[in-house]
Write a protein that binds this ligand. Sequence first.
Ligand code: MRU
Length: 363
Amino acid sequence: MRIDGKPTRTIWPRPDGVSVEIIDQTRLPHRVETVALTTAAEAAHAIKSMQVRGAPLIGVTAAYGLAMALREDASDAALGQAVTFLGAQRPTAVNLRWALDDVRRAVTPLKPGARSAAAFLRAGAMADEDVETCRRIGAHGLDLIRGLAAGKRQGEQLNILTHCNAGWLACVDWGTATAPIYMAHDAGIPIHVWVDETRPRNQGASLTAFELGAHGVPHTIIADNAGGHYMQHGEVDLCIVGTDRVTASGDVANKIGTYLKALAARDNGVPFYVALPHTTIDWQLHDGRQIPIEERSADEVLRMTGRLPGGEIATVDIAAPGSAAANPAFDVTPARLVTGFITERGNCPASRDGLRGLYPEPA
Ligand code: MRU
């Protein structure tokens, strides 16, 4: 996608061929700053501190991080330790484990001296594959949007609600939930997006709105609690969200608050779709209750960061002093509340049979 007209990805190799540059997402939307990642420790920090976030991007960053770890020590023992270290940075998005396992499989047969360069190449290929995967998700989601738009009057806008940021900032390019939106907009379908602010970290207000604005997609930021209201009033035609992990049975972990949107959508007859790449399916889990849910710092609930009138970025207390806060970062939406999946291989029901129909090969 473009920032100030310049084609940009979320992560790219630096000219030295052994390190990468990322957009520091903790600075958006107020500042577009990049950070170099040169060691596994820096890659791990970027994932943990959410300089990079979103399931596919976490995976690609970890893959590069593994290549950096192998530059320091490429023995079998160090490979195992680096996979464990990087994999422990965030627990819910299964793409992290998928990416590390993929790189480990690719380099294990190689002599230690060849491992780091091979891992770096594999991470780059993974980034390219993610872009193509998201582009395909976009094309399949576009079919869905075209179908719904056909039921509208000429020129009437289609209202799509999304939660958190499953956009290009969460991937390498395009995004999962946003790819169909960008393609529909580019195809001239009049769409408007309701952007859930997504407390406590506000990925909707700060990242999704930033992306949509940069691409010229009409959108409105709403408080997380407003979606149900708009659904009741017929002002949401479709929900599309991303996901951090989908079980083999079709249960969906995504940013906290997704479940409530799915409940409201079901009550109001609004189609609720989840966009995902194959790297987000956890074939080993068969029940959403088995998905590990990340518990993040209470500070994220008790405090808020924003820009002061003078341009300075500041963090302020917003809660009653001394109150405790809990901060589960994800929730699980049962498959029965999901109308369907949008994947790089097509759209399917949110069920074991639906997923297996598109992905029949052994996991
Ligand atoms: O905590 P985050 O910002 O990493 O959470 C991101 C989400 O929940 C996204 O919706 C999900 O990773 C899908 S990204 C294509």
